[in-house]
Design a protein around this ligand. Sequence first.
Ligand code: ADP
Ligand code: MG
Length: 453
Amino acid sequence: MEPQAYKEIWKQVLSDIQKAGYYDSETFDSWISKTELFKIEDGTAFILYPTMITLNILKTEQGISLLRSSLYEVLKEEVSIQFISKQDASKLIPEIKLQQRTQNLMRTDFNEEYTFENFIEGNSNAEAYAACLSCCTQKKHLFNPIMIYGNSGLGKTHLLHAIGNYLKKERPETKVFYSYSGDLVSILLDAMKTKNIHGNAVDQVKSQLIDNDYFLIDDIQNLQQSSSQEVFFTVYNELISRNAQIVITSDMHPSELSGLQSRLISRFNSGLSVNIVKPEFDTSKAILKKKLEGNEEICQINEDVLDYLAHKFSNDVRNLEGSLNKLIFNATLENPDVIDLDFAQRILMKEPIVSSTSELTIKKIKKAVTRFYGLTYKDIEGKSRQKKLMNARQVFIYLSRELLHKAYVSIGQELGNRDHTTISSSYDRAVKLIQTDKNFKMAVDKVKSLLED
Ligand code: ADP
Ligand code: MG
C-alpha cells in the first residue's frame, strides 16, 4: 500500500475516534491527533506515537478497543495493533525504501516494441525464439529453466520482453517477474542488510519473488561473485517446485559462469540451454526491412545499401539498427532522391558506427590469422615468400584495413617493418581478390569468424 493510502485510512480512523467522544477535545488535539499509521502488514496495524504520554493514553483497555473498532470500521477487517515510537520508526526508513524498491521491481513495464511479432527469426536465433514462445503457451513447463546465451546485441532482452508482452496480453492472470539481474542483486543485498520489525527483510523480499508464474532474469552474469547467490538459490528452488517457468539470459554459456556456485550452474544446465548467434545475412536484411516499415515515405533506400549494412554490422543488431538510423537521419538533413551506396558509405565513413569490432585490435587480427593458417608470428613477420605465408599476410593486411582502418605504416610495423608501399599495393590486390578469388574470400571470412570467438 502506498504511504498516501495509510494517511487516508488514518484520517478516517481519527475522525471516528473523535466522534466517539471518549477523549476530551484537548486530549485529542494534543496527543491523539499526533499519531500516524505506519503500515498494515500481516494483519497488524503499526501505529506511530510521538511521546510516552501519548502511548500511555492510547494503551488503556478502552483506548485499544476504541482503536480496534475504528480500524475495523474503516478497513472492514480485524487487525491487531502494535505501537512504535516515532524515533524507532526512523530506523525503519531503509525498510520502507526497500519495500518501495521491491514493489517497483515487481512492476515491470515491458518495452512494447519488443514483441514476438517484431522479432525476425532466422537460423541464428530460431531455437531461442521457439523456446521462448512455447513456454508462454504451455501450462506444464517441459524445459525449466530456459537459458539463452550469446553475445551482446543479439536479441536476448528482446525475447524476455516478448514473453512479458505476450503473457500480459494473452494470459493477463499470470504473474510475470522480470529483472535485469543487477537490479535484483542490489535489492537482495539491501534486504540482507536491512533490519525489520519482524526481524528479517530477506524473507519478505523472497516471498514476493516466489509468488510468480514466470521469472525472467536478464544478464545473469551479474550474479557472479555476489553474496546474494545464497538467497537467489532458495528462491530459484522454490520457484521450480511451484512449477514457475524460469527464463535466464547470459552473455556466456552456463558452464563458463565461473563466479557462480557450482550448484547453481548445474541447475541452470539441467533445463534447456540455447545459443543465439549473430544473424546471418538474410536475417540481418529482414531485420533492416522490418525497421524500415513505416519509413518508406521519408526515404527510399537501395537494396545494395541493405546488403552493405547486413555485411558490415550484423555482429550486433544494435549497431545494425544504429547504422540504418544514421542513414535515415542524414537523409532527412540532405534530402537525397534515394539512399544509395555512395551516400551510405560516405555517411558511415564520416562517423563510423562503433561496432563490436571496436574492441578489436591489430594484435587480435594477427593472432586469428596465425591460428587459421597454423603459423607463428615469426613466420608472417619473416621474409619467406612461401605461398601460404604470402596469403596469410594478405588476409592480415586486408582485415586490418577493412575492420580497423589502420594506416599502412602501422600494418607494416606488425609485419616485420615492411615498407608502407608494399602494404598498400598488397591491400589493393586484396580488394580485387575478394571479388574474384573464392578461396581468398573464404579465408577472410573464416578469420573474421575466429575474431568473434
Ligand atoms: P541483447 O539483450 O542480446 O544484448 P537486445 O535484445 O537488447 O540484445 O537487442 C538489441 C536490439 O536489437 C534491440 O533493439 C532488438 O529489438 C534488436 N534485435 C535483436 N535481434 C533482433 C531480431 N532477430 N529481430 C528484430 N530485432 C532484433
Ligand atoms: Mg540484454
